[in-house]
Every structure is written in structure tokens, then in C-alpha cells.
Design a protein around this ligand. Structure first.
Ligand SMILES: [Fe+2]
Length: 294
């Protein structure tokens, strides 16, 4: 039995005080949005409770599907690295970037410099998609984070990465591993068009043709479960979690994370989810248990 924990969109708070020179381009609208709205949603104390509860469950591995940052100030990436280190060693934690981690063109360099130990191949090769093998699992890290104009939160996987993903999924199937695709934007979403994954239809085609056992995402800040078409009539669960720092009582789901208990072998995998999250009284509790596979 292998236990994988999944949390997403911690949106580390509070926001560092930006210098005037840093408030350029998209950061301006992002900063106003943070001051008006988001600072009342993303709560550092909530995130600390979620992280402590998750660590107390002692999962075999932790997956973080992006959006550690908010408006991609340089200090947010340093804080992101410190937060990841608090969660665990790079061998036990895998992260992929979200759109807020790619908010401005300069962000990519900082992500690569400061978070690479958590988002590279086991031999430390950088780039996407990357693969990390852990027990019966293969974690496949995909990046959808690209700088976008103000008010857009779209993502793109891109043709090069999609082609590499197709080959990777085939190789890992031949290795008989339980393939977990980590991606920030959901492949299926009810969110407004300007927040969606632009090439989701091609990603769905790749999954339908090459298969995966599980797709984990964040971005919409909601508990989500969509069943995707897989090869030969199979179905692939795509599961999303709320923001790990979301206060209780906002318009989105309150902070939570998922624990996956994975067992079995190809053709007979079993996978069950337990969701744990924050309740109205501020304590973390089990919210649901669901058998996904087997
Ligand atoms: Fe987010």
C-alpha cells in the first residue's frame, strides 16, 4: 500500500510588501486583487494547520500542484522554497508550477533556480514533463504555467510537452507503474473561459489514447472529480482539491487535501481517497472517503 498526499494552491500569505519598481505589468492588477479580495481568503494559519495534519498522516509522498506564489514577487519564490522544505525533503515532495508561479516572464528563472530539487527527474534533469518513480507510482509533472495578460488565468501544455507526455505515458505503462499525472489546470472545468486550459482538448486526446491511472490538479480551488476517457473503454479519474489556505466560508471550498491509498497491480489497481479539510470551527477533520478504482 502506497499513500500519496495531494494539496494545491497554497497561495502563501501574507504577500511580501512589493517595491514600486516591482509593480509592473500584470503585478499591478494582481496586487489590487490581493488587497481587495484574496488576502481575506488565503490564510497562513489555515495552511499551517493543513500542512501539520497532512504530515501527521505520514504519507509516502506529497504532491503539490502549483500556485505557491500570488503575483510572482521574487521574495515569494524564496518563501515558496522555505515552505516546501518545511513540508519535506525533495525526495518526498514533488511540485509543479501554477499560473501564479508563472505570473510574469521573469518568474520562470526563479522557479527553476529555487524549486528545481522538487520538480525534476530523479537524476535532477530539469524540464517538463518530468518523471519521478516512487514505489509502484510514476509521478509525471506537467507545466501549464505561462505568463498571460492581466485578468487572464489560462494555461497551455503546448505541443512539444504533449508529444513528450504521450511517449512517457507509454513507457511508464510498459514499466507497469501506476501513472499519476500532476497538472495545475483541470483538464475538465466549469470555470470561465479566461481561466481554463487552452489545449485541454488535446490533453484529453492524449489521455484517451495513452492512458493514465490518475490525474491530479488544482487551479479552480474546488473539490472536483471528472472521469476522463482512457484507452479501450477505460476511465481515468481527474481529481482537484481546494486551495490549501482557503479560509472557511468564502465562495470557494474551504482548505482541504486528499490522501490516496494505492495498491494492486496493472489491470487490478485499487485506489481510495480520503479528504481531510478545515471545518467551520477551525479544526481539520475527515470529510469524505471514496473508492476510486478497484
Ligand atoms: Fe490558485
Amino acid at each position: 500500500m502506497f499513500t500519496l498526499a495531494h494539496l494545491s494552491d497554497p497561495h502563501l500569505a501574507p504577500l511580501p510588501k512589493p517595491r514600486w519598481s516591482e509593480l509592473i505589468g500584470k503585478r499591478v492588477t494582481g496586487y489590487i486583487n490581493w488587497q481587495r479580495k484574496r488576502r481575506f481568503i488565503h490564510d497562513a494559519a489555515v495552511l499551517a494547520k493543513i500542512a501539520a495534519d497532512l504530515k501527521a498522516q505520514a504519507p509516502d509522498h506529497i504532491a503539490v500542484t502549483g500556485d505557491l506564489a500570488n503575483i510572482a514577487l521574487p521574495e515569494e519564490f524564496t518563501r515558496g522554497a522555505a515552505w516546501l522544505a518545511g513540508l519535506g525533503a525533495p525526495s518526498g515532495v514533488t511540485v509543479i508550477p501554477g499560473n501564479h508561479d508563472a505570473y510574469v516572464p521573469a518568474a520562470g528563472v526563479l522557479v527553476d533556480r529555487l524549486w528545481r530539487p522538487y520538480m525534476s527527474e530523479d537524476d535532477e534533469t530539469a524540464g517538463f514533463p518530468f518523471v519521478r518513480r516512487r514505489g509502484p507510482l510514476a509521478l509525471i509533472g506537467v507545466s501549464t504555467g505561462v505568463p498571460t495578460p492581466p485578468f487572464f488565468a489560462t494555461g497551455i501544455v503546448g505541443t512539444e510537452q504533449l508529444a513528450a507526455l504521450a511517449l512517457t505515458l507509454d513507457e511508464l505503462k510498459a514499466e507497469k507503474l501506476f501513472r499519476v499525472v500532476l497538472i495545475h489546470h483541470p483538464p475538465v472545468s466549469q470555470a470561465a473561459r479566461h481561466k481554463r486550459l487552452l489545449d485541454a482538448h488535446i490533453l484529453l486526446h492524449v489521455i484517451a489514447e495513452h492512458g493514465a491511472e490518475l490525474v491530479l490538479h488544482g487551479h479552480d480551488h474546488l473539490h472536483m472529480l471528472n472521469w476522463l476517457d482512457g484507452p479501450d473503454g477505460s476511465r481515468v479519474p481527474a481529481v482537484g482539491v481546494p486551495s490549501a489556505s482557503a479560509a472557511w466560508g468564502t465562495s470557494k471550498d474551504a482548505a482541504a487535501y486528499n490522501l490516496y491509498a494505492i495498491d494492486g497491480a496493472p489491470g487490478a489497481w485499487t485506489c481510495a481517497i480520503v479528504s481531510r479539510g478545515i471545518g467551520a470551527a477551525g479544526a481539520i477533520m475527515q470529510q469524505r472517503r471514496l473508492k476510486l478504482l478497484g
